[in-house]
Write a protein that binds this ligand. Structure first.
Ligand SMILES: Nc1ncnc2c1ncn2[C@@H]1O[C@H](COP(=O)(O)OP(=O)(O)OP(=O)(O)O)[C@@H](O)[C@H]1O
Ligand SMILES: [Mg+2]
Length: 260
């Protein structure tokens, strides 16, 4: 135990950039020479395909971990990014929440399946689905840290307070170690007054927790997954790659210093 680095990207609001951010940050961390395991716990499997994995070739997935049929060692596969391994998602994850309803330890399945993985990987990054259901609960129970990607929109703060309440519940019920590592502003447009106003509001609520570099809205960022590449490979000199590299550095620093 101790300073293990399992980081969950969560927000029950859809389309805020959980997958995009988790994947690109994981790739940046791997690029810096660390060993990284990425867990795609979203049935949509966007991260799995974004990493260039063809879904019909998958034999094992996060589903097998949740159902208790496999562990990380038998499910992790290599990706095109050196140092980045993946436990892919599969469509049968859709049913996992229902299948687990009556099972003992249903909140701890992912944590149990990851036992020993901290010794093999420097960072474990989990991409959550847009809900606060059992899959997200499993991810938050397994994690040490949460990163919350947000958009600078009017309703963002409402969603944030719901999520921080959930994190408090998880801390009390299943995982006393869980900590908010940071709030990451995505698709930021500094020309919009609303974006700037919401950013100020987020700063007020999450003082030291906001990552210094916002991720800009960028067509290249949205194109990269269809080429099965992280932004640092697809458009290595662009502003998206620069922003994600900066955030990845800041995130690693925070983890090294135990979350601050
Ligand atoms: N910085 C950005 N600039 C431009 N497009 C972006 C950016 N971040 C994300 N997108 C695009 O926005 C959409 C939603 O992003 P993403 O899938 O990462 O969000 P999500 O929170 O994981 O969604 P879901 O809740 O469905 O899992 C995608 O089409 C993605 O390519
Ligand atoms: Mg997603």
């Amino acid at each position: 135990m101790g300073n293990y680095k399992i980081i969950c990207f969560a927000n029950q609001k859809g389309g805020v950039g959980k997958t995009t951010s988790a994947l690109n940050i994981a790739a940046c961390i791997a690029r810096s020479g660390k060993r990284v395991l990425f867990i795609d716990s979203d049935p949509q499997g966007n991260a799995t395909s974004g990493l260039g994995i063809v879904k019909r070739t998958i034999t094992h997935s996060v589903y097998d971990l949740l159902i208790g049929r496999a562990n990380w060692e038998t499910t992790a596969i290599n990706t095109n990014v050196r140092g980045l391994s993946l436990i892919p998602s599969s469509i049968n994850l859709v049913g996992a929440e229902l299948e687990l309803v009556d099972e003992a330890d249903r909140e701890y399945r992912l944590r149990n399946a990851l036992r020993g993985a901290e010794a093999r990987f420097d960072y474990i990054i989990i991409d959550c689905p847009p809900s606060l259901g059992l899959i997200t609960i499993n991810s938050l129970t397994a994690a040490k840290y949460v990163v919350i990607p947000v958009l600078c929109e009017y309703y963002s703060l409402e969603g944030l307070s719901q999520l921080t309440t959930t994190i408090k519940h998880i801390k009390r019920l299943y995982n006393p170690n869980i900590e908010l590592l940071g709030v990451l502003v995505n698709m930021f447009d500094g020309r919009l007054n609303l974006s700037i106003a919401v950013l100020e509001e987020i700063k007020r609520h999450f003082a030291g927790k906001l990552f210094r570099t916002p991720i800009p809205r960028s067509v290249k960022i949205s194109e990269a997954p269809s080429h099965g590449m992280p932004i640092t490979d697809y458009d290595r000199n662009g502003k998206g790659a620069a922003a994600y590299s900066a955030v990845a550095l800041e995130l690693m620093k925070r983890c090294e210093s135990g979350g601050n």
